[in-house]
Design a binder for this molecule. Structure first.
Ligand SMILES: C[S@@+](CC[C@H](N)C(=O)[O-])C[C@H]1O[C@@H](n2cnc3c(N)ncnc32)[C@H](O)[C@@H]1O
Length: 238
């Protein structure tokens, strides 16, 4: 059973888990899928990976992945960005997903098996205490998950720890652009959103550099989608 804060994700995973259709057969437009500018890229993925997409961007494009790289997706959900990453890094690369909701991890593993993708591994764990060794990955991506964390300093420190020196971060997330005036936000996860400056400072405090935060789509309620990039300096220890 998932923790209460994660229950909605467990429910979402359960809802699509019984659906064995493929994307071309899927009805409706899931929340996150509209963010992928090339819908054809989703065509080879199991419906259950796409229909449970709950992201707010396309971090695999943001991170500009290359063949042979090792990628980690924080809060990988049904696995959509891990599966897309696996395709981009190819047979010589590898993609990990970490998610706190066991139902999502199980769904993602099932989706990978259905897609016949073998250069991936889905791990159950928290982004604030990643189940990976230091300097294990070249790239960290994430899609609408950091915003949910109530301990962003811990999550950013973990990103810096698991990245190899010279490794990079490409994140789609939600940031606060105006104070919360109590008007609603139609994005449930906006409650723990932080401002651009706070986000920038927290990444730098974790030892990351070349930080950039680009606002993309305003969401209302003082929130905006954003693309976050950063690099782990080659000289840093960690
Ligand atoms: C908004 S959904 C995004 C899922 C996926 N990235 C996507 O684009 O479809 C958030 C996901 O993050 C996971 N999650 C939330 N908080 C987490 C945490 N602290 N550590 C690890 N996973 C977390 C949830 O279980 C859920 O699968």
């Amino acid at each position: 059973m998932a923790e209460p804060a994660l229950q909605r994700y467990a429910d979402a995973a359960r809802q699509v888990a019984g659906d064995d259709s493929w994307v071309s057969e899927a009805a409706g437009s899931p929340f996150g899928v509209g963010q992928y500018d090339d819908p054809d890229a989703l065509a080879d993925l199991p419906s259950a990976a796409v229909r449970v997409s709950l992201g707010c961007g396309n971090p695999t494009a943001v991170a500009e992945l290359h063949a042979g790289e090792t990628v980690l997706d924080l809060g990988s959900g049904g696995g959509i960005d891990v599966l897309l990453s696996a395709r981009r890094v190819g047979d010589t690369g590898f993609a990990y997903g970490v998610d706190a909701t066991p139902e999502m991890v199980n769904l993602a593993r099932r989706n990978a098996a259905a897609a016949g993708v073998t250069n991936v591994e889905f791990l159950h764990g928290m982004i604030e205490a990643l189940p990976l060794d230091a300097a294990a990955v070249d790239v960290v991506i994430s899609n609408c998950v950091l915003v949910l964390s109530s301990d962003k300093d811990a999550a950013f420190a973990e990103i810096a720890r698991v990245l190899r020196p010279g490794g990079r971060v490409g994140i789609s997330d939600i940031v606060r652009t105006e104070p919360d005036d109590g008007t609603s936000c139609d994005v449930e996860c906006g409650a723990a959103a932080i401002g651009v400056d706070e986000y920038d400072e927290a990444l730098r405090r974790a030892g990351l550099a070349s930080v950039s935060i680009e606002l993309t789509d305003p969401l209302g309620g003082g929130l905006s989608n954003a693309i976050v990039r950063a690099v782990k300096p080659r000289s840093s220890v960690g």
